[in-house]
Design a protein around this ligand. Sequence first.
Ligand SMILES: [Zn+2]
Length: 428
Amino acid sequence: MKPDSTRVIADLKEFKALTSDERGAQRVAWGPVWRTAREWFQKKLQAELGLTTTRDPAGNLWATLPGKSKKSIVIGSHLDSVPGGGWLDGCLGVIAGLEVLRRAKAAGTPPLTLHLVDWADEEGARFGRSLQGSAASAGSLDAQKELAHLVDRDGAKLPDALAENGITLDGMKGAKPYFDALEAVAYLELHIEQGPVLESMKKPAGVVLGSMGVERHNLRFVGQAAHSGAAPIHLRKDAFLAAAQFALACREISVKYSGSTPRTRVVATCGVVKVEPNFVTAVPGSTEISIDLRALDGKVLSKMLAEAKKASARAAKKFKVEVSWSPLIHITPRLFDPTLMKFVRESVKEVTGSAVELPSGPLHDASEMAGVLPTAMLFAQSSPGISHTKLEDTPIPALDKSIRAFLLTVDRAMSSLSPTGERVGVRG
Ligand SMILES: [Zn+2]
């Protein structure tokens, strides 16, 4: 069966109409619109494939198409969104997964079992912990330690939001044994790029190399608050100026370590600055600034962090202030599986004529999966190259090609990983 994106694109439009308003997608995890989104998905599976879903103890939603072997390929992404999100982030991968199951079923019994998963709370939009469901399945989540204390902006507690959905923190431990019992041999995910790289290269789809490692820290520069009129420049201890110099130095560090290939691209971002006392007539006595460093190469990331630390000390010295660091997040780079990446590359090339590679700056559920089994991802172009806004989009021709390339990737993985070399669909 020739891969075809028609039903996927129609489903995506239907799903958008159901779960978005004038501000964008509203499928925030654990809330009512998200539950509606999942009900829609469950009804589709039931009506078109006769499949019922099961929910694991972390709230991930699974549909299974049994194959000749119990060994399985897992296809997944997330139906949840940020508030006011786009129409493709996450749901593209799940809804394309639905098409994978339709094709496989139409072609008979697949050689390997196919599991389609909608990961719970990928975005962490309400409580701040992203990749919650996939991390639970990968065994990298300590629910009591990481989730018990989390509250949303209105003061609602995450454990209560979970309880509304029938999930307990202690019960979440069961997601890992549930996952292990699936005997998965590969994980494949289609996702939008969410950035401008493919658009700038005029490529509809790309092969993802892996997700970048992250070093995220909060710095506090402390000097002395003073009156803006009374304190002469040479006697000031201006904490903001030190932070500003640090931010510029971080940009220099990212330029220095960025190579010319997608594999060697690195980024550094100072996204939050809090100045105190924060009046127009006060020299800033203290300033907090965040730094988020990302690279695909762990060694490069360590060097960037070491240089950022030196830069902060230099800035502190120059402006006669003190600086202290507190770590927020450390994530090791997750490189994808070379064999599965080859299937993605061949498929993207078959459909689009060429196959560019790029790293993922954002983390995805695939980043968690890459820690426990061979994993690969295919990116669809984002145009404009932005996400987490209702402006997020992928032009239909690029969407079509990405979906078809993903379906071919699954075919290739299926035929190569099945003991008999059988295919999921007849490729034509
Ligand atoms: Zn996403």
